[in-house]
Write a protein that binds this ligand. Structure first.
Ligand SMILES: O=P(O)(O)O[C@H]1O[C@H](CO)[C@@H](O)[C@H]1O
Ligand SMILES: O=c1cc[nH]c(=O)[nH]1
Length: 235
């Protein structure tokens, strides 16, 4: 069975899938932490691997950038490949003054400026929230680390567009950071009665650009978030 975007065979994916935006980060994760990783998809270059970590099955696959792309892959994994939980491991731009570049954010909920969840339930502003069980497992794995933050983020459609006053207002409301996928992924998980979580590394800060990561660092500096994501995946 193949879908329009995934050529894997039935059973090629583990019940838990780690999902970075960048397919090359998926490859790095597979090569770095998986035992015997096997390439199970390369349609459109959206690399996916399945292997084991600590003796337990695990898959990793890129989502691409933005909520439409992430929605396609999460829908196909949940609907056609028997996947039960997806943990996004991505980067985020810091918004709260309490987070710094290199810190990790566990996103309990995701505000959004996107229409992706708007039509899910007629007349309702959908609440895009993480699986409590997965969030709890990630928080437990973080122990007393003081660079791990738990709270809300915003998933925006634009990477570059600046809306006057928006970032400061989000900071005032305690929003920790911005990404471009989490809200839609939480919506898809709710649609299929499955579990999703987002664990992000702060790669840059929207209110202080002085310590922003380089493109190379964005692709490779994810060890802390990865450890929490694997703990959640196998909880
Ligand atoms: O590092 P990833 O997981 O791709 O996440 C963030 O980086 C991309 C933008 O540079 C968007 O996909 C955003 O959500
Ligand atoms: O969406 C994102 C992700 C990382 N950094 C940003 O500034 N925005």
């Amino acid at each position: 069975m193949a879908t329009p975007h995934i050529s894997a065979a039935p059973g090629d994916f583990a019940p838990a899938v780690l999902m970075p935006g960048d397919p090359l980060r998926a490859k790095r994760i597979a090569e770095k932490v998986f035992d015997e990783p096997r390439l199970v998809n390369e349609v459109r270059g959206m690399l996916a691997y399945t292997g084991t970590v600590n003796g337990k099955p695990l898959s990793v696959m890129g989502s691409g950038m933005g909520q439409p792309s992430a929605t396609i892959y999460t829908t196909e994994l949940f609907k056609f490949y028997g996947v039960e939980r997806i943990i996004r491991v991505g980067t985020t731009g810091g918004i709260s003054p309490n987070v710094s570049v290199g810190d990790v954010i566990i996103a309990m909920g995701a505000h959004t400026d996107s229409a992706m969840n708007q039509h899910r339930i007629p007349g309702v502003n959908f609440s895009a929230v993480a699986s409590f069980n997965l969030a709890q497992a990630a928080v437990a794995a973080a122990g007393d680390a003081d660079n791990v933050h738990v709270g809300t983020i915003i998933s925006r459609d634009h990477f570059y567009l600046v809306v006057d006053g928006q970032v400061q207002k989000l900071a005032d409301y305690g929003v920790l950071g911005v990404d471009m996928e989490a809200a839609a992924m939480y919506g898809v998980a709710a649609e299929f009665g499955k579990e999703a979580l987002t664990v992000l590394t702060v790669s840059d800060h929207l209110l202080d650009g002085s310590k922003d990561m380089t493109a190379e660092e964005r692709e490779s500096n994810f060890d802390g978030a990865l450890k929490l994501a694997i703990a959640a995946a196998h909880s």
